[in-house]
Ligand binder design. Structure first.
Ligand SMILES: *Cc1c(COP(=O)(O)O)cnc(C)c1O
Length: 415
């Protein structure tokens, strides 16, 4: 990064620095400096952009530049472009389009790529709103779907139809942290002439690179680890320019799901510390999972990097870290789970995740309450299951809080 050349580039107003190692890109990539040479990225709170002449306006509407120029904030904005370029440079993707939320991104991936008559295959352990789009919304527009046990490669293969156009999966899955073999599913998708979209929220861009494993599009809820401090909603889709700049961007810019510049600015600043935060959170998550696994209140502690995880081998091959979330299945069902949650001093009760503050939730009565009991059984979402998103507190304080809460769960389970 040193040297006269880089310094010159960095002081130019346009262009994205995509060199350096990934952590360096998190700090510098995508920067666009104004004439003031500000060190921190500027927040361009503007909807519109002036043209020097009608000729220039005409040229911009024809997409004939100049490079890095803008038309309207629903189409693009300099602060949003900085965020998109930074995330693309970190992910190793050709292109990125940022959206107002993770769900705006997921929705755009479906509606930009599918048409009536197409068929989707998706893993059944998905974020609730993603299931809503696939099961409730797509059929209204003539798109059918098949939900499969994502861990079972034959199930993906068997679900393929001549009209299958898209595969969708989440790995690790919420809240039982099942691991799906992304490279193997991508191969099945591509043999079928379909494209694979991966919801990479739980893995984070720090630990898993679906594009390198064969995925066509990576989806984020930037609300989670990319902000990482519980402030704003945002999302992103990444992949080849042909998919993102043409299909996704065209869809989102006309349907209004664009990210706003304030959010993009918060996300840009979040990215500077993304690796540091997520690596520390994942290290603590594994420690908590180990502590939980050793406690008599617990039937099963789940974290992808615990050797007892049924797909430990795949998890450690596919991911460079196990993620910031763990789940514990407690003896004594709902009563024990509620006693556990009520006993926390430090860990908050919230369905959010990826925050600097540790948060715990009871999926069976909140995020997954709309599933049938049979489906919850199939997915392993028992009444005793609690999901914990690990934050940035001192690991020792979190372990003390966890131990106290596990003791409280034990008293209820024994009663
Ligand atoms: C939060 C989340 C989403 C949705 O993102 P929003 O930013 O809340 O719209 C999608 N998938 C997963 C796995 C999530 O955790």
């Amino acid at each position: 990064m040193a040297g006269e050349e880089t310094k010159k580039n960095a002081s130019q107003s346009a262009g994205s620095v995509s060199g350096g190692r990934p952590q360096t890109r998190l700090v510098h990539a995508g920067s666009r400096r104004s004439q003031y040479g500000e060190t921190s990225e500027a927040m361009f709170l503007t909807q519109g952009f002036l043209y020097d002449s009608p000729e220039q306006a005409e040229a911009r509407f024809k997409n004939e530049g100049p490079a890095d120029s803008f038309i309207y904030a629903r189409y693009g904005n300099p602060t949003v472009a900085m965020f998109q370029d930074r995330l693309a440079a970190y992910e190793g993707a050709e292109a990125c389009f940022a959206t107002a939320s993770g769900m705006a991104a997921m929705h755009a991936s479906m509606f930009a790529l599918l048409k009536a008559g197409d068929h989707v295959v998706a893993s059944r352990a998905l974020f609730g709103s993603c299931l809503y789009i696939i099961e409730q919304l797509l059929p209204r527009f003539g798109v059918e779907s098949t939900l499969v046990d994502g861990v079972d490669l034959n199930a993906w293969e068997n679900a393929v139809r001549p009209e299958t156009k898209l595969f969708f999966l989440e790995s690790p899955s919420n809240p039982t942290l099942e691991i799906i073999d992304i490279a193997a599913v991508a191969a099945v998708a591509h043999r079928a002439g379909a494209q694979l979209v991966v919801d990479n929220v739980f893995a984070t861009p720090v630990f898993q690179r679906p594009i390198a494993l064969g995925a066509d599009i990576v989806m984020y809820s930037a609300t989670k680890h990319i902000d990482g401090q519980g402030r704003v909603l945002g999302g992103a889709l990444l992949g080849q320019a042909e998919l993102i700049d043409e299909k996704v961007e065209t869809y989102v810019k006309h349907t209004g799901g664009a990210m706003n510049p304030f959010t993009a600015w918060v996300m840009l600043k979040g990215m500077e510390t993304l690796e540091l935060r997520v690596k520390a959170q994942a290290e603590t998550a594994l420690k908590l999972a180990e502590a939980a696994a050793a406690h008599s209140a617990v039937i099963r502690a789940i974290h992808p990097f615990l050797p007892s995880h049924p797909q430990y081998e795949l998890a450690t091959r596919q991911m460079s870290g196990g993620g910031t979330v763990l789940s514990v299945d407690l003896k004594g069902g709902k009563a024990a789970a509620f006693a556990f949650l009520n006993a926390f001093d430090l860990i908050g009760i919230s369905n959010n995740l990826g925050d600097a503050k540790s948060l715990a939730t009871h999926p069976a009565t909140t995020t997954h309450k709309n599933l049938t009991e049979e489906m919850r059984d199939v997915l392993g979402i028992s009444d005793g299951l609690v999901r914990i998103s690990v934050g940035l507190e001192a690991p020792e304080d979190l372990i003390e809080d966890l131990q106290r809460a596990l003791d409280a769960a034990n008293r209820v389970a024994a009663a």
